[in-house]
Design a protein around this ligand. Structure first.
Ligand code: SOE
Length: 385
């Protein structure tokens, strides 16, 4: 076993999700690297100390530069707000550290390009935590599509809906709520939620080449938690776009934080000539599959039994599931990060980088930037992919 000494940037939601993955990796996966939780870095020393003691980090830093310079760190994990990703990733790569970065990779394409170049120039392993690729049902959808069971694709339909910012008195800025502050987040639902949908869509259905988008900001001003002043809201609260895929299929994408009752409603459906797949994160252990059957060697299709199959993705034949429990028992949100980390580490060991690496995640960034540009200019935009 080799030590994999982790320096964690950030102690929020993603700091916890990633730390959990490091702690459980060798319990569930036969890897040759054992993560060691060396240090966590955060601006608030008390919170960082509390986090370190809860999760078992050996020490605390409050200056991220100290952590990227530390000789006892192999991997820098960036779980901090979006406006910090670029600077930390560049410095970490320059120091020869592996870099795992939370999504979205960057504030914009320019930053993301520099980040992809930096890790490649340094030759360091890197990954972006698009964790939903590692939901077993979504990985099964990928398998079903790659097996050619959907046939010629016609339609891709994605939604990502939440409802937590409807109240006008939710502040922007500060812990968790930095997602509402455009200077820190870069964008609203486009970078935060649609980036997930876009990554999944392009993984399953190939590049998005052209799109047209419409965004809306329903609450125009919010108090800023840091300045205490009422300030204009610069993020997109909702975004819809139409897309063309390179393979000739059409896509629709919808995302909002104003869908009352929807907490983390991440769905997609792909319809092809020979079949369809449908996934809904509110029922994450299921993949729905429709197979179109034509008459085969004189045997009549049993039309009265034709229908969607709701596959309970918990068998040991299903992606990742042989690492966990017995058929019929489920895994959770946290395991998507564990599965991603396992792929990353096994990728290093096999010399086959796990995806999405920074170069791959740059493609999603290109689509996000194109979405925002289209919404700004009311034009169809080519993504360059
Ligand atoms: C936003 O509410 C959020 O936490 C995103 O930032 C995550 O990426 C998403 O998976 C869940 O929702």
């Amino acid at each position: 076993m080799k030590d994999l000494r982790v320096g964690m940037m950030g102690y929020g939601f993603m700091g916890r999700a990633h730390s959990n993955a490091y702690k459980r990796l060798t319990d569930f996966f036969p890897v040759q690297h054992k993560p060691i939780l060396k240090a966590v870095c955060g601006r608030n020393a008390d919170k960082a100390r509390q986090f370190a003691s809860n999760w078992g980090y050996e020490r605390v830093e409050t200056d991220w530069r100290k952590l990227v310079d530390a000789p006892d760190i192999d991997l820098i994990d960036i779980g901090t707000p979006n406006d910090t990703h670029h600077e930390i990733a560049l410095a970490a790569a320059r120091n020869g550290k592996m870099v795992c970065c939370e999504k979205p990779l960057a504030m914009n394409v320019r930053e993301a390009e520099e980040m992809a170049r930096a890790v490649e120039d340094a030759g360091v392993p890197n990954m972006v935590w698009f964790n939903y690729r590692r939901v077993p049902s979504i990985a099964l959808a990928k398998q079903v599509i790659d097996e050619g069971r959907i046939g010629r694709p016609f339609h891709y339909r994605a939604t990502y809906l939440q409802d937590w910012t409807i109240a006008a008195d939710v502040p922007q800025g500060g812990a968790g709520l930095w997602r509402l502050d455009v200077d820190v987040a870069g964008s609203g639902v486009t970078g935060d939620l649609l980036a997930h949908s876009i990554d999944t869509a392009m993984w399953l259905n190939g590049p998005i080449t052209r799109l047209v988008a419409k965004t809306e900001t329903f609450v125009k001003e919010r108090i800023h938690a840091v300045t205490g002043k009422v300030q204009p809201v610069g993020i997109d609260d909702a975004c819809m776009f139409l897309a063309e895929f390179e393979n000739g299929s059409m896509g629709t994408f919808e995302s909002t934080r104003y869908a009352r009752g929807r907490k983390n409603y991440n769905t997609f459906e792909l319809n092809g000539a020979d079949g369809s797949v449908f996934f809904d994160l509110e029922e994450p252990e299921y993949l729905q599959f429709f197979e179109y059957k034509q008459q085969q060697s004189g045997k009549k299709v049993e039309g009265h039994l034709t229908g969607w199959r709701k596959i309970h993705v918990t068998n040991s034949e299903h992606p990742y599931m042989n690492r966990y429990w017995v058929p019929g028992t489920c895994i959770g949100y946290e395991h998507t990060f564990l599965n991603a980390l396992a792929d990353f580490v096994m990728g290093i060991e096999a010399g086959k980088p796990a995806q999405p690496d920074f170069r791959e995640a740059l493609k999603t960034q290109r689509v996000c930037d194109a979405v925002l540009e289209s919404a700004r200019t009311n034009q169809w935009i080519r993504t360059g992919l």
